[in-house]
Design a protein around this ligand. Structure first.
Ligand code: ZN
Length: 427
């Protein structure tokens, strides 16, 4: 399995698939089509069924069910065959806009023996256990990094390579029992549009997993809930020489005041960890006449998220009251919700993932995500979709890395998941 998984991964990361928030097309960048078309051709060659690339850049395929043992009734009598729930597995083809994904030159550090990994393209960079604690568990493994000038793109080409290897494994080993498995490769996850144009009827699945996580054993079934806020401040422009008598109101200055008034010690991304949420200004455009500040609000629990909205709105109201000459508005819109709100009602997708992970000899761990995943939106739309480990670390920057053997563990977990869901019954 190893050579195929490695060669796939190295092939995929060299295709520039960085997504772009400023683009309104779907996928947002042409590079994503290059990978999607390559994957489509590879799935056709592997003999997958119903391979289809939609106009919006969603690639779906079926690994048809193998012969499942008929379900047995408690009495021991054979019951008519019951259709197993349809399992879907997701990976996203785009890489983060945060750091260059052009001309990725992957480097394989075979049989890693500890110590710092250096990067030929940037001698100032060092990858060691202070920034990557999981490296301590990786002695003897093959570590893959980029060269120092780009990200690697293991997020989420690790997931893509894992699912393609799974497809090859299941299609060439029909003795492994499983139900129909749907594969879905999505564009633009990194800019929050990963499921915008996905037709869940087309996908036709009962349960799903995204392969977009880190350390072996990790399952994410809790995510932040997220809202976005836009604050607009209208001021009054005058000649600065006459500002004292002509009533200048500087929107730019008011925007700065608002940012300074945020309770940063208890709710900025930099000062929070674990289950704490935050208010995060992400962009500002400001002049004397007008200022626009964009924020994201995050919290695991809805009361916490609502409180953050109230804090921001309260500050805007205070600013408005203190500055009658300005107009201050604050609009908050929903982005996504913590998938735990739905999964807690039926934990079977999480429980069976834990069972699959245990069956390959590792202990499952829960990993709440301080962010959203494609699975947050899918789960809310009625398709439960926890996230599973794919081996990636230090993502979205030049230190990104993955261990080949961790990706192999992920493939093995997916094979087990296919078997376990294949013998599960629909509810
Ligand atoms: Zn990702």
């Amino acid at each position: 399995m190893a050579d195929t998984l490695l060669s796939r991964f190295l092939r995929y990361v060299q295709i520039d698939t960085q997504s772009d928030e400023r683009s309104s097309s779907c996928p947002s960048t042409p590079g994503q089509w290059n990978l999607l078309r390559l994957l489509k051709a590879e799935l056709d060659t592997l003999g997958a069924a119903n391979v289809r690339l939609t106009d919006a850049g969603y690639l779906m395929a079926t690994i048809p069910a193998t012969n499942l043992p008929a379900a047995t009734k408690k009495s021991g009598a054979r019951s008519p065959r019951i259709q197993a729930p349809r399992l879907a597995l997701f990976a996203h083809v785009d890489t983060a806009p945060d750091f260059s994904g052009k001309d990725v030159k992957p480097i394989v550090h075979s049989n890693y023996q500890g110590g710092a990994i250096k990067f030929p393209g940037n001698p100032r960079l060092l990858l060691d256990e202070t920034v990557a604690p999981h490296l301590l568990d990786c002695k003897g493994k093959d570590i893959i990094t980029a060269s120092g000038t780009t990200l690697l793109g293991a997020d989420d080409k690790a997931g893509v390579a894992i699912l393609m290897t799974l497809a090859e494994t299941l299609l060439t080993q029909p003795r492994i029992p499983h139900g129909d498995i749907r594969l879905c490769f999505t564009p633009d996850e990194e800019i929050g549009r990963g499921t915008d144009k996905l037709n869940l009827k087309d996908l036709d699945a009962d349960v799903a997993y995204t392969l977009d996580g880190g350390t072996p054993g990790e399952i994410s079934w809790e995510t932040f809930s997220g809202d976005a806020a836009v604050v607009e401040i209208e001021g009054t422009s005058t000649h600065p020489g006459e500002a004292g008598t002509k009533g200048m109101v500087s929107a730019l200055h008011l925007a700065a005041k608002l940012l300074c008034a945020l309770p940063r010690e208890k709710c900025a991304p930099e000062s929070t960890t674990g289950r704490q949420g935050f208010i995060h200004p992400t962009r500002i455009e400001a002049g004397v006449e007008k200022a626009t500040i964009k924020f994201i609000l995050r919290d695991f629990q809805m009361p916490g998220l609502e409180e953050k909205g109230r804090i921001l709105q309260g500050l805007c109201k205070g600013l408005q009251a203190a500055t009658p000459g300005a107009r201050v508005s604050c609009k908050i819109r929903k982005q996504y919700r913590n998938m735990a709100y739905w999964l807690e009602k039926d934990m079977r997708p999480v429980d069976l993932a834990r069972q699959a992970i245990r069956s390959i000899g590792i202990e499952p761990t829960d990993h709440p995500v301080r962010g959203g995943t494609d699975g947050s939106r899918l789960t809310e739309s009625g398709l439960p979709a926890p996230n599973l480990f794919a081996g990636m670390h230090n993502i979205h920057g030049p230190l990104e890395w993955v261990a080949l053997q961790d990706m192999e563990l992920s493939v093995k977990t997916c094979v087990k998941l296919a078997e376990i869901w294949g013998s599960a019954t629909s509810r």
